[in-house]
Structures are given as structure tokens and as C-alpha cells.
Design a protein around this ligand. Structure first.
Ligand SMILES: [Zn+2]
Length: 287
């Protein structure tokens, strides 16, 4: 599933390709036809993301709200000489109305497989934003909002980090990796974390996710654990990126050599190193 960096990157790409230009809006597949007709020919204002939600803005405080879900994709093509016929189930297509003298500005984008694609107004947009926890990629994010929820919760930190109402944008890869980097066992209850531990984790997410926006993949290993530094082969996985524990079940930890473990929590796989991320024992268990 795309994580927050993918949506932020997409918002940036859409803004670069279409903002301040009139666009043709259509729904080749047909499920967005009536709303597309309302926007067709209008000037696209820009695109923004919050967590895993994308908002493409049109004049009059109207937004196309997109959630890619598990398999959705929104592909932006720039500099294309001609716009090809749509392939597959294209729910939404944007085509820039280009200046004939400046063909480099030609662009089109196709949305497929998204769980949500709706035309909404400002009130609805604000409702969606209001339900989301702080997004480490947004400069206006307030980490204290997440800390208040985490510090009062019995739920495992691994569960809380994935709860979009607690913290927006973190998915399974960033969850596994940031917990490893901070030596936190994923099943440790939120209420047992110290404020400083949470702040360090938040600051790390801000940095890691910004790198993800820039590179388009998730890399979380420190320089000393890169393949070239360790003399190990690079990771082979369709997800790309160098990681410590995500989908590395049974493989040796890059730090201690112990085998990475996995377990299902709320329907998603957790990954952790049993040595680097020891199980937390509360005071009650010690006495
Ligand atoms: Zn380890």
C-alpha cells in the first residue's frame, strides 16, 4: 500500500504538471463522468496530500479527493507528444491544455484502481483532515496530538503508528523500520513510551519520509549498514530501498545477526529483531 511519501510525491508531480493551467477532465471508465464534466476545462489550482489522502483542487473550493487504497495508482506523464488512448480502467484522466508553441508543457495523468475518487467541497475536505492525526510530511503538523493519543493508550505502538487517526501517512514499511531504528518492540504498549522516545521517533519519521518523497522509495539503513559498507548484496525486492527488517523474516539482522521475526497484528505483518528490539517488561512484571 502506498505510504504518505508516495502521496506527497504525487501531489508535487500533479502540481508541477498541471497547476495554473486549464485541464481536460474525463473518466474513460465512466465512474466519475458526471463530476468530471463539472471540472472539464477549468484551471487546476494545485494538489496537496495529508497522510494517504490526495486532494486535487479546482476553482470554487472544489477538490477531487483520492485514496489509492491497496492497489491504486495515479500515473503522471509529462512531455508526451500525444496522449494515448486510455489503457485499462482509467477512473480519472487529466490532460493539460497546452500552448501549441510550448509542447514541453504537455502532460496527462491516469488514475486507476483507487478506492476513492470523489468531488468534494471545502467542508468535506476539512472533515477528512480533521479525522487525521498529524502527518510528518506536513509543516503544520503538531506531534503533540499524536503523543496525547499514544501516551494514554494500552494498544501496541506498532498498532498505534498505523492508525491514521493517531498519525497520518505511516504504513507498514515505515512502521517496521522506525521501530527498529529506535529499538522499540512493536508490541510495546503506547503508554509505556517516554515522551523523549516518541519525539525522537517523530523527528526520525519527518526526516525519513522527506527522503522518501525525494527518492520515491523507502531507505532506512544508516550508512554503516549499506550493502557497500557491509560487503553484502543489495536488497532484491519489488519495493526497492534498503531496510532493516521489513519483509526480511528469517534473514540476519544487519546490526546483530539474529534472525528477523514476523507476526500478524491487526491483519498486517509486523517485522522486528528479537535482540535489537527486546520485549518490553513493565514494572508490574518485574515485581
Ligand atoms: Zn538485531
Amino acid at each position: 500500500m502506498p505510504e504518505g511519501h508516495t502521496l506527497r510525491r504525487l501531489a508535487n508531480e500533479l502540481t508541477d504538471a498541471f497547476a495554473d493551467r486549464p485541464v481536460r477532465v474525463s473518466s474513460p471508465q465512466g465512474r466519475f463522468t458526471a463530476d468530471a464534466a463539472l471540472l472539464d476545462g477549468q484551471t487546476l489550482v494545485g494538489a496537496d496530500s495529508a497522510g494517504k489522502h490526495l486532494f486535487v483542487e479546482f476553482p470554487g473550493e472544489r477538490f477531487v479527493h483520492v485514496h489509492l487504497g491497496l492497489i491504486g495508482s495515479f500515473d503522471v506523464h509529462t512531455g508526451a507528444a500525444a496522449v494515448p488512448a486510455p489503457v485499462g480502467q482509467v477512473r480519472l484522466r487529466l490532460v493539460s491544455v497546452t500552448d501549441a508553441e510550448d509542447p514541453d508543457t504537455a502532460a496527462y495523468a491516469d488514475l486507476r484502481g483507487a478506492t476513492q475518487c470523489d468531488l468534494i467541497g471545502l467542508e468535506k475536505r476539512d472533515q477528512i483532515l480533521g479525522r487525521l492525526g498529524p502527518d510528518p510530511l506536513r509543516p503544520d503538523a503538531d506531534p503533540e496530538k499524536a503523543w496525547r493519543r499514544i501516551s494514554r493508550s494500552h494498544r501496541p505502538i506498532g498498532d498505534l503508528l498505523m492508525d491514521q487517526e493517531v498519525l497520518a501517512g505511516v504504513g507498514n514499511v515505515y512502521r517496521a523500520e522506525v521501530l527498529f531504528r529506535h529499538r522499540l518492540h512493536p508490541l510495546r504498549p503506547g503508554e509505556t513510551l517516554r515522551r523523549g522516545q516518541f519525539r525522537a521517533l517523530w523527528d526520525d519519521l519527518v526526516e525519513l519520509m522527506a527522503e522518501g518523497v525525494a527518492s520515491g522509495r523507502i531507505d532506512t539503513v544508516r550508512p554503516e549498514h549499506l550493502p557497500e559498507a557491509m560487503g553484502r548484496p543489495p536488497r532484491k525486492d519489488d519495493h526497492g530501498g534498503e531496510v532493516y527488517v521489513y519483509r526480511r523474516t528469517g534473514q540476519p539482522c544487519h546490526v546483530c545477526g539474529k534472525k528477523v521475526r514476523t507476526e500478524v497484528l491487526v491483519g498486517r505483518n509486523l517485522f522486528w529483531c528479537p535482540h535489537c528490539q527486546p520485549r518490553f517488561r513493565s514494572r508490574a512484571q518485574h515485581t
